[in-house]
Design a protein around this ligand. Structure first.
Ligand code: SF4
Ligand code: SF4
Length: 470
């Protein structure tokens, strides 16, 4: 078990759980409201009792749960959280302690993969989180942090405004000075976490709104550019477009497409997520696309659930279902289409990391591996404990920096133990999280998205193009 000091909470007694704010003190200070006397959940999409009762308490999920692995606390396991949800459904109020255990869940869905009884923990925690966000009074500090996060991350234009100053900060040497001084960590730990996660930025032109297929056109594909992906990993989007075009896809990339709502829905902000989803459907359903392709795991998992997110919307329910049916992760679509572009050799050893929202949430594990194995000279190496999250989990690493760093360190250790030249994954959050953890260890490993590896192979760029990118 490890103590948590996330820079936001003061550790208190074990009965309330590690890292729980001293609620009585906060209440005295007027930053937390009195606990609601009524039951934890209202009638607006409460977690479903039948899903809770599917859990037979076998405990098979426990060892795959990152918070249980870190702290060994039953209430920080999937089984414990399901028990708490059951208590809420039986009329218990939504206590601060309950909310702490729900908040600590990374939403990695490793428990869904592990559960032999098919318990839909994903549904349970999503409905629970929406109730918590609407009904639980948070401290002023928590509110301010969440407000800042959700005013920034789902807005690619705002994120892009950060690129210039961030790039200047990185290349001026100021970043190294600040890191060496440790000042930022002491004064503003949340900012220090964000700063440590920021990738090395490169100038890459934005892809045009339409890119023709090379050779015979096999499909018309709409493409999500994403928020963090488009602001911080534009080279991943460029590689994705080139690979799709090389495989015979005409790619449609309407500008101003905005956020898919993944971050919002995963954090209980359902109404906000619905607004984003409606806008994205409006943008793409006029395009005449056969498929909608996504290269970020977190986005893909929520796009595949638009039908459920908008099921009660009389205007959008059917349109959302039609949209959902077209959503494919890049690796799924390329596997379904089959390769036509020639693969050139890449003599590389590659550790492939399953992003939780690709592996656990979408069940997409075989396709990216098959695509990578299809490259001559490329050797895949397995990472130990692949089911355990790297600690990124959307904005979980910003809200919970200390345990997130611990999970990142574990993942970095497992990745480096493979001895691979290159770490490949399909989620910008994982790339940033593992890169930061590798840097903390004073080590280095090249990182790339699956699309970039395929692109380098198809364009015959050689291994150096992937290994010497910094
Ligand atoms: S989603 Fe992940 S962190 Fe949450 S209970 Fe399941 S395994 Fe644990
Ligand atoms: S969630 Fe599934 S694996 Fe975990 S205790 Fe319940 S039935 Fe067992």
């Amino acid at each position: 078990m490890s103590d948590i000091d996330d820079g936001l909470h003061t550790p208190v007694d074990a009965t309330r759980g590690i890292g729980t704010p001293p609620v009585d003190a906060l209440r005295a200070a007027g930053t937390v409201g009195a606990p609601a006397g009524g039951p934890a959940f209202d009638s607006d999409h409460p977690p479903r009792a039948d899903l809770v009762s599917d859990c037979v308490h076998c405990g098979f999920c426990l060892t795959t749960c990152p918070t249980y692995v870190l702290w060994g606390e039953e209430m920080d396991s999937p089984r414990g959280r399901i028990h708490l949800i059951g208590q809420g459904l039986s009329g218990e109020p939504l206590s601060d302690s309950m909310v702490t255990h729900f908040d600590r869940c990374l939403g990695c869905m490793a428990c869904v993969t592990a559960c032999p009884s098919g318990v839909r923990y994903d549904r349970l925690i999503e409905d629970t989180r929406a109730q918590v966000e609407r009904r639980h009074p948070r401290t002023a500090r928590e509110r301010a942090l969440r407000t800042a996060i959700f005013a920034l991350f789902p807005y690619p234009q705002r994120l892009r405004l950060l690129r210039g100053p961030l790039r200047a900060y990185q290349i001026s040497g100021l970043q190294r000075l600040v890191a060496r001084s440790g000042l930022l960590q002491r004064l503003a730990p949340t900012l220090a976490t964000l700063e440590s996660l920021a990738p090395r930025l490169r100038g890459v032109p934005r892809p045009p709104a339409r890119v023709r297929a090379r050779g015979t056109r096999r499909a018309v594909v709409g493409m999500l550019t994403g928020c963090v992906q488009s602001a911080f990993f534009p080279d991943v989007n460029s590689a994705t477009v080139r690979v799709l075009a090389a495989e015979g896809c005409e790619v449609l990339i309407p500008p101003g497409q905005g956020c898919c709502g993944a971050l919002s829905v995963h954090n209980g902000r359902r109404a906000e997520a619905q607004r984003f989803a409606r806008k994205l459907i409006d943008t793409f359903e006029r395009c005449g696309m056969d498929w909608f392709v996504v290269n970020a795991a977190g986005c893909g998992s929520s796009l595949k659930e638009y039908d459920e997110l908008l099921a009660d919307d009389p205007v959008y329910a059917e349109r959302a279902a039609a949209f959902t049916a077209k959503v494919r992760d890049l690796s799924e679509l390329l596997t379904e289409l089959g390769p036509v572009a020639r693969r050139h050799p890449l003599p590389l050893t590659v550790a492939y990391h399953d992003a939780c929202h690709l592996g656990h949430a979408q069940g997409v594990r075989a396709q990216p591996r098959a695509l990578l194995r299809g490259i001559p000279g490329l050797e895949l190496r397995a990472i130990a404990d692949p089911e355990i999250c790297c600690g990124s989990a959307g904005v979980w690493n910003v809200l919970n920096p200390v345990p997130a760093a611990e999970l990142g360190d574990r993942k970095a250790k497992a990745v480096l133990a493979t001895g691979a030249d290159l770490l490949v994954t399909a989620n910008p959050g994982c790339l940033m999280q593992v890169a930061a953890a590798v840097r903390r260890r004073g080590a280095s490993i090249a990182l790339a998205h699956t699309a970039q590896v395929l692109d380098a192979s198809i364009r015959n760029l050689g291994a150096a193009a992937l290994l010497d990118r910094d």
